[in-house]
Design a protein around this ligand. Structure first.
Ligand code: NAP
Length: 292
């Protein structure tokens, strides 16, 4: 049985560091401020926004939760983003994804002040990450995966990392991050996706296998080499009448059979999820520090 990496415990370590940094910033009369914007009333998005707001308050950040009706127009949303761009008390802005269909999400991301883009999705931040510029704001989930590997003392340098999934939110930025020529990087990275041939042979050659495809229990024992590290980014809802909510959350990895083979593995929930919120807080603090 493998070592189960506890994402909540790693996130707690991050918060200990952040509390120190926040105290230092406050001594310079700067309270890091985060604005989270929700358009519409999608229940999952609402829950995410609530937990981000709660965590900000617990850390003593200045937190603004902006809840806008589903009928908000593109121009109205752009105007709110502009206000937040100009607000000196706000260092980080996050527009919860996905917005309603009539909103052009890419245009909203481009309208953000890149210094306040704590999701790291603005083209300038994407370019900075590709260039290895340390001032880049890096997307929270990839940053959380990297931090988790570092805190768990898993060797990244020289390791063959195979990432399942090539999205702009997880797979692609994670590949850039782990191949960087810096601490926490230097990996040999392979990215596989729905058009990849010989997927199983590739995943089996991974020292570190990271699954981010959104397919419940896709990664089975035969995808994994004995002794590999397996990080499960996936969050999938599956029906579960025994659960009071009528569903439960599971990852992209068939946990039990893979855990029997892997050296270390992350659970779902309680793995990468808590790290994503921790990194949102870290990005907000970084944005406040860089505003000095
Ligand atoms: P996405 O945008 O849907 O991208 C999925 C990627 O997986 C695509 O690149 C797709 O390939 C690839 N893929 C899909 N089916 C595949 C298959 N059968 N074989 C190989 N590759 C396949 O998803 P995402 O936003 O990256 O999210 C992925 C998962 O992570 C979801 O479950 C999401 O809920 C979860 N997530 C979790 C967190 C967290 O905090 N823990 C944060 C973000 C996302 P193509 O490009 O070829 O279509």
């Amino acid at each position: 049985m493998s070592n189960v990496i506890d994402g909540r415990a790693v996130a707690e370590k991050v918060y200990v560091d952040l509390r120190g940094e926040i105290a230092t910033l406050k001594s310079k009369e700067i309270t890091p401020g985060l604005a989270v914007v929700l358009v519409g009333d999608d229940p999952a998005s609402r829950a995410y926004v609530r937990s981000k707001d709660k965590m900000s308050r617990e850390l003593g950040l200045y937190s603004v939760k902006l809840e806008l009706p589903a009928a908000t127009t593109q121009n109205e949303l752009l105007a709110r983003v502009e206000e937040l761009n100009r607000n000196p008390h706000i260092h980080g802005i996050l527009v919860q994804s996905p917005p309603p269909k009539h909103i052009d999400e890419a245009a909203i991301v481009r309208a953000l002040d890149p210094r306040k883009d704590v999701d790291g999705f603005h083209p300038l931040n994407v370019a900075k990450l590709a260039l290895g510029d340390p001032s880049a704001v890096v997307p929270c989930t990839p940053l959380g995966v990297q931090r988790m590997l570092i805190e768990s003392k898993i060797d990244i340098a020289g390791a063959h990392v195979v990432i399942l999934g090539r999205s702009m939110i997880v797979g692609k930025p994670l590949a850039l991050l782990l191949m960087q020529k810096t601490k926490g990087g230097d990996a040999t990275v392979t990215v596989v996706h729905s058009r990849s041939r010989n997927l199983e042979a590739i995943t089996r050659s991974a020292d570190i296998l990271i699954a981010a495809i959104g397919r419940a229990g896709f990664v089975k024992a035969e995808h994994v080499r004995e002794g590999a590290v397996v990080i499960d980014v996936g969050i999938n809802r599956v029906d579960d009448p025994a659960n009071e909510r009528g569903y439960r959350l599971i990852g992209d990895v068939a946990f039990d059979e893979v855990a029997a083979k892997a050296a270390a593995i992350t659970p779902v929930p309680g793995g990468v999820g808590p790290m994503t919120i921790a990194m949102l807080m870290a990005n907000t603090v970084k944005a406040a520090r860089q505003s000095l």
